[in-house]
Ligand binder design. Structure first.
Ligand SMILES: NC(=O)c1ccc[n+]([C@@H]2O[C@H](COP(=O)([O-])OP(=O)(O)OC[C@H]3O[C@@H](n4cnc5c(N)ncnc54)[C@H](O)[C@@H]3O)[C@@H](O)[C@H]2O)c1
Length: 275
């Protein structure tokens, strides 16, 4: 089951998938930003299916509240907080509320991201209004600093933590579908991932990034269908990815199986824009 209004997960459903033998996140709290979106909700479902408690942060308050209700009905421990992650005070309030309701998180997934287009087209440098640039930097990059700044003191104290940043193949290679603000912020997340992995490593906190290719989510609707079809054709696996395929890689980084993996970027792109 996915968040209301979003495509249904192909193979993951937290209710069906629950299996105590593979409850990798039992007794752990994960925070997911952009949790009501396509990839975010698949990640939420993944943690819940394996015994975790999840704090959901998103500025879609209607969708978030309905999703929270639905998850609680299914017996899950979740807490949705409406926040604009571009603002530090709202991140602080969201972090505090989740900590109060579920306990302090040892997993943080900085998943939120936007990729604005104008009439389905990425604006060139000479066309882009500075306000649009600033907004993308605030949502895609500043929020990741804010949330990580808030979440890491507890992880350091516990000597246990996982930070996962949602980059993109567009942060690793030139991609004409997106604009420069998106490419720059996603490349910025790779720099942050490396730097924080080094800073936090001695405290047993790992920091890794995912670089998805073209994944079937509402974000894809910002460009015409023909563009997405064309991408599928030049991808080694000749198709778009699913949110669950990104969630699986995210759960790996969050799990104990990845305890010796840090500072890495994993493409989940079906062989598109291979670097
Ligand atoms: N879909 C893809 O093809 C693709 C490819 C590469 C990377 N990514 C990255 O994966 C992540 C998730 O993408 P998605 O496709 O699921 O997007 P999506 O548009 O489906 O979901 C994004 C979510 O973030 C929320 N959000 C947006 N701005 C916010 C803000 N200021 N404060 C709080 N919440 C906010 C939205 O309400 C939405 O629920 C993003 O970082 C995106 O850049 C996606």
């Amino acid at each position: 089951m996915s968040a209301p209004g979003h495509p249904k997960g192909e193979y993951r459903n937290a209710q069906q998938g629950e299996n105590p033998a593979s409850a990798r996140f039992k007794d752990q709290v994960a925070i997911v930003t952009g949790a009501v979106g396509g990839i975010g909700s698949a990640i939420v479902e993944g943690f819940l299916a394996e015994g975790g408690r999840v704090g959901l942060v998103d500025f879609n308050s209607q969708g978030g509240q309905a999703y929270e209700q639905e998850l609680r009905k299914r017996g899950h421990e979740v807490c949705f907080v409406h926040a604009d992650v571009a603002r530090f005070e709202e991140c602080q309030a969201a972090y505090d509320r989740i900590t109060r309701d579920l306990g302090a998180a040892t997993i943080l997934v900085n998943n939120v991201g936007i990729s604005p287009k104008t009439d389905g087209r990425a604006l060139k440098v000479w066309e882009m209004p500075p306000k649009e640039w600033e907004n993308v930097v605030s949502v895609n990059l500043n929020s990741v600093f804010y949330m990580t700044h808030l979440a890491t003191p507890h992880m350091v104290k516990q000597r246990q933590g996982r930070v996962i940043n949602m980059s993109s193949v567009a942060g690793r290679a030139y991609c004409d579908i997106v604009a420069a603000h998106y490419a720059a912020t996603k490349a910025g997340l790779i720099g942050l991932t490396r730097h924080w992995a080094a800073e936090l490593g001695e405290h047993q906190v790992t920091v890794n990034a995912l670089a998805p290719g073209r994944i079937s989510t509402p974000l894809l609707k910002t460009v015409p269908k023909e563009i997405n079809d064309a991408v599928a054709q030049v991808t080694a696996l000749r198709r778009l990815g699913t949110p669950e395929e990104v969630a699986d890689a995210c759960l790996f980084f969050a799990s104990d199986q990845a305890r010796f993996v840090t500072g890495q970027v994993l493409d989940v792109a079906g062989g598109w824009l291979m670097t």
